[in-house]
Design a protein. Structure first.
Length: 474
């Protein structure tokens, strides 16, 4: 059957992840007739099986780490009326933890659904695909097909974990990151293949939860795409905490052998564990979407090509999130979805500047970055000076017994304009915001230094670094 709206602008959104949700919400708030087609639940995989549960799992690992570290601050544990302190042992009930994580994800999805419905968004449970630049079909669960007229379409279908034929996940012992939440017991020995952001985050989390962890990296260091100093700190922490890090090692295959998994490396050596997490990238969910028939251009990998306002090669079709060739972050997907609708409906649309995007790696400690990198400055791609402030010199860090991490600032030569920064610290994801604001608003190091930071605070490290750059900017 066909469904057509009235005279208002018709907006159809395919995919309800961060980008699709934001596009649908923004469209409804601007007065459009909005239909959202989503097959698994509002929030998509980001909410239901990726970002929300993974960061909640990391929060549990952080809680265990803080509890275990309390003794170093003078906290003692007693049992009953005993006057003798005991050394507590902390264990995680992974079944209970995963149950809570998935329940949290479902509640977040329900809250997002309610927010859309409140704004009048029509939500269709099905799989969307393009018919042409003004028509979209939804394949419903009951086999029916519903067609929608649209003035504008926003595609936000996300991505799924890449699988290798030589290490095919079975959902029990060999796992993708979306399958970890089905585990009922903590892995005795987790092998993690892939030392990028996903691999490093889960390796860090499961080590703190109590698993023996072996991280297999094909590169010469973990987190090869991150600031070199930051990655070095994380690797040092991994090794100090007893993680096995195999650098310059490529896993040729991973097979299950009963209750064990065997990873065979390219040099013929093997690593035996109880479970294996495959963190080897992702693939956009663009197959079968009708992109070619609608003349929407894609990359060789299947990602949708978009410009800075999230517009595709077809003027009436936009795309947001991990299915595009933009930065694969939930925050960027949000911004793309919102920007796409602003542009399509004639509102003020500010083109997205990837240089201003703040990103975070949720290891322990975290790594947060924004703007130009040190490597780019050293290569001459940007003119700037660099200052690194060790976190262990910060008064609040001393109070909290924080010894790993730093704040690194990059400022334009002569003008002193902040052009980038790196924070390695607990909750670096929170500390990066003032630097992101400085980059976005082109503040100088003097302006940052003149802002009052609470004393004592970790954010005081930012103003201290900015004051140091006043003398170095030239």
């Amino acid at each position: 059957m066909a469904y057509e709206f009235g005279e208002k602008h018709d907006l159809v959104v395919i995919g309800g992840g961060p980008g699709g949700y934001e596009a649908a919400l923004t469209g409804a708030q601007l007065g459009a007739n909005v239909t959202l087609i989503e097959r698994s639940g509002v929030g998509g995989s980001a909410v239901l099986s990726d970002v929300v549960p993974s960061k909640a799992l990391i929060a549990v690992a952080e809680a265990m780490t803080n509890a275990a570290a309390a003794r170093s601050l003078g906290v003692e544990v007693f049992v009953g009326d005993s006057d003798t302190p005991v050394e507590p042992t902390y264990k995680v009930d992974l079944k209970a933890v995963n149950s809570r994580l998935l329940d949290l994800a479902r509640k977040q999805s329900a809250d997002m659904t309610a927010a859309l419905e409140k704004q009048g968004v029509r939500i269709v449970n099905g799989t969307g695909r393009l018919l042409n630049h003004h028509a979209v079909a939804a394949d419903l669960a009951d086999g029916e097909v519903t067609e929608f007229h649209t003035d504008t379409t926003v595609i936000s279908v996300g991505a799924h974990p890449r699988k290798l034929a030589s290490a095919m996940p079975d959902g029990e012992r060999i796992l993708t990151w979306t399958q970890l939440y089905q585990l009922e017991e903590l892995p005795e020995h987790l092998i993690v293949v892939g030392s990028g952001v996903t691999g490093a985050e889960f390796a860090s989390a499961f080590r703190h939860l109590g698993s023996e962890v072996t991280l297999i990296s094909s590169r010469d260091r973990v987190l090869p795409g991150q600031d070199e100093d930051a990655a070095r700190v994380i690797e040092e922490v991994f090794l100090r905490e007893g993680m096995h890090v195999l650098s310059k090692s490529r896993a040729e295959s991973v097979v299950r052998d009963g209750d064990q998994v065997i990873a065979t490396l390219s040099d013929g050596t093997t690593v035996v564990g109880s479970h294996c997490l495959m963190a080897v990238g992702s693939i956009p969910n663009t197959a079968g979407l009708g992109l070619e028939g609608a003349n929407v251009q894609t990359t060789a990998s299947g990602h949708v090509k978009v410009n800075r306002v999230a517009r595709t090669s077809v003027p009436e079709i936009y795309a947001a999130g991990d299915c595009t060739d933009f930065f694969p972050l939930a925050s960027v997907a949000n911004m793309q979805g919102r920007t796409a609708v602003y542009h399509a409906l004639g509102d003020a649309a500010q083109p997205i500047k990837l240089r201003n995007v703040a990103s975070n790696v949720f290891t322990s400690p975290e790594i947060a970055t924004v703007g130009w990198s040190q490597a780019q400055i050293e290569e001459g791609l940007a003119q700037g000076v660099i200052y690194k402030y060790p976190l262990e010199e910060n008064p609040r860090a001393k109070m909290q017994n924080i010894t790993d991490g730093f704040v690194k600032l990059f400022a334009r030569t002569q003008s002193g304009t902040v052009i980038g920064g790196v924070v390695v610290a607990p909750k670096a994801s929170e500390l990066i915001f003032p630097l992101a604001l400085a980059v976005e608003q082109r503040l100088t190091v003097d302006q940052v230094a003149n802002a009052f930071a609470v004393y004592p605070s970790l954010s005081g490290a930012i103003t201290d670094a900015a004051r140091a750059l006043h003398l170095l900017k030239g």
